[in-house]
Every structure is written in C-alpha cells, then in structure tokens.
Design a protein around this ligand. Sequence first.
Ligand code: DLL
Length: 436
Amino acid sequence: MIWNPNKECMPREQMRLLQGKRLHKIVEYVYHNVPFYRNKLQEMDISPEDIQTIDDIVKLPFTTKKDLRDNYPFGLQAAPQSEIIRIHASSGTTGNPTIVGYTRKDISIWSECMARSLTSYGVTSDDIFSVSYGYGLFTGGLGAHNGVEMIGASVVPASTGNTEKHARLIRDLGITGIACTPSYALYLAETMDRMGISKDEIKLRVGAFGAEPWTENMRTEIQDRLGLKGFNLYGLSEIMGPSVSYECDEQHGSHINEDHFFPEVIDPVTLEPVPAGQTGELVFTTLTKEGMPVIRYRTRDLCSLLPGECPCGRTNVRMSAIQGRTDDMLIIRGINVFPSQVESVVLTMKEFAPVYMLIVDRVNNLDTLVVQVELRPDVFNATLDTPAAIDELEKRFADKLRSVLSINAKVQIKAPGTIERSQGKSSHVIDKRKLY
Ligand code: DLL
C-alpha cells in the first residue's frame, strides 16, 4: 500500500517542476520573514526572482547548526509566534539546544510524512502500535505518534523506560508494531528473554527503527529475536523529525519525502555537489515548512542518493544508510551528544585540566558512556587526598554532565598525565560500538 500515490509516485519531471515552484515560494517567504536569510541573500546579491527552477538551488547559501545556535532561540523562525503550536528541541554542540517551532500546517505535513512511512512498512488501521521513542523535547515520540493516529492504528504511547511493563503490554495487548531505536529493540528482546516471554507469545510483526545508525547485522538480530520485519526510519529535528525518509518493502535505501524536503549531496570540503551515486554530506532544503524553514541545511550525515527506479513503484529518490558523520556527534541511547558539550562542563570546574575522553560502548545492548577527566596537578597534590573528596567531586561532575547531556555518564577522575594524548588531530572519543 502507498499512502499518497500522487506524491510518492509522481513522474520525475513533474516532481522537479513542483520542487522548483515550492523552492521559489520558500525563498520568497524567508526573504520577507527571516532577517538572517534576507541579509545572506542580499550579501550574495540574490533576489527571490533569481530562483525559478529547482536547479537554481545551487545559487543559495548553506545553513549550518552554528547558524541555528547563533540565532538562538527564535532567530530563524519565520512564522509569527501566534501561529506556532509546538516547539521541540535537540542538542546543540555547546550550551544552547536547537529550537524548532511548528505551525499547524507543519504538524499536519509531518503527520502525513509519518503516515507514508508507516504505510510503506505495512502498518494499517488494524494494528496496535507502540511508540517507544522518547516523548518530550525529542521529536521521535510525538512525531511517530501523530502518524500512527493519522493512519488510524491504535497507538500505545509507551515512550522509553519501564521496559518490563512495556514487554508485558506487548504480550497482553497483542501489540503488532513498534517504533523505537534499534538498540532499544535489542534491549527489549533481552528484557523479554529475562522475563521468560518467548517470541511465540507476542504478535509483533513490524518495527520502525531509527534515530541512530544501525547495521544489517543488527537488523537480522532484531528480526530474529522479536519475530518482526524491521524498517529504517530517518529524520532530523532541524528539518522536521522522524520520516524525512523511510524504507519500502524492497529495503534498498530509504525514500525521501521529496515534495517537502529537497536533498542534495555535497563534498563537505569543496561544498560542490558530488556526482550522482557518490557519498558525501547530505543537505536538505525544506520546501513547505512555515515555522522554521531551512535553506540548504548541512546535516553532517554522510550518505549517497541511489540512482535508478525502485520496484515498489515509488519514484521518490532513495538515500543509502547513513555511513558516518562529518562532525564528532555521537548518538548514545538515541540522544545526540557532542564532545564539546563535555568540554564545556570540564571547563567550568576549576579542579580539572582541559583533558578528557569519552569512551562509548554497548553492553547487553545498552549504550554506555564513561567520561574520564584529568585533575590539575596542584589539585591532585594538595586538596584531593581522601576517597570522600574524590567521590564528592565525581558526583558533582556527573550531575553537571547529566544536566547538559540529558543522559547518565559514569565518570572517572584520573591523575594528571594519565589520559592518552593523541599524536595528530586531537580526539576525545573512543567509540567501541562500530556502528558504521
Ligand atoms: O533522531 C529524529 C528521529 C526520531 C529519526 C525517530 C528517526 C526516528 P535528531 O535528534 O535531530 O532527530 O537527530 C538527527 O540522528 O542527523 C542522524 O545523524 C541520526 N539519525 C536519525 N535517524 C537515523 C537513521 C532524530 N535511521 C540525527 N539512521 C541525524 C542513521 C540516523 N542515523
């Protein structure tokens, strides 16, 4: 089944005409409503009239996460506050999160994009569907929720945490579909094993997995252990949230909702488009968004656009799985974490030298984060001479980290000179998960 064949299976020439028209409109819209874009366009001597077809997009400036941060909180918002009906936030590199406001029309388009994804996975109004992405500032929970409601399946807003209760609900209600991070799916399988709930007692048949990178091996393991078919779901807050793209039954790349989000792949160094099919940095322009439209947003995600037609009948272009990032952002338990956030905490504590290391691992299918930090030599020699003093400092550091990162980290305070220095480019991360 296809939710909106008119848009998902549109002939290519027609799609490009539609994209061109929408691009012109959105450029005109930001020109008149967002001083940041007006200034940028004026600096480049571009007027909205110069943008008539989708090919003109290359004339436009890029937008980066730094631009969002510099314009915190509402500087890139185009619609008046009275028209914003929801605000989400995602982590920034330091300090301020990225704030994204949505109008009623934005939420309705987002819900439809999500409905397209779920329909492509085979979800129908007969399903009982558990949304186990976090609800709250993160876009995963409410984003998926609205889509499930739109197709008329029964949504169970399980969110994350309380996994044993969730496992019992999956068995007792006969839940047939689930949306969560792939690592949470494995953790759920593990919890069920521990509780003695077998695959034969549950009716799960479809999973919508995303918000973090995952491998084909993980897909096989999740499918085997939960007895379902797992589909990729991709998205990012700055563009919308989950369902910027979604897999179909062919599971060869994820179809982009191209009538709303125009994709480009560029060389992250030269910023020039890469030849079709080659890997580079994914860039999106929102073609219809009212709340916070973005022009040529650099996602930092590395992938390629797949050439050729898809046997499923959808004509929307497909993107490959994400193959890495051009920055150092980590996704730990579905939450975006930048080493620079840890650094910002380290720098606020006078006991520490600016030498730290994040060690990320996956233990029993749960991501773990250890943050090591070095004491300054004078502090090491003078003040911190009892285990109680070290404990107190560790606790203070862990509390500060939790409030900045929104996840728990185990902290280890190290003696001066004991964290390994890198020879070349300074690296603050050891990621043992091998996700790409
Ligand atoms: O993770 C939105 C989302 C929620 C997508 C639920 C899918 C499901 P952010 O928190 O802004 O938004 O993080 C976006 O997560 O740039 C990618 O690096 C990564 N990411 C998201 N989906 C996938 C995926 C949500 N399917 C960042 N595969 C993106 C690999 C993914 N990476």
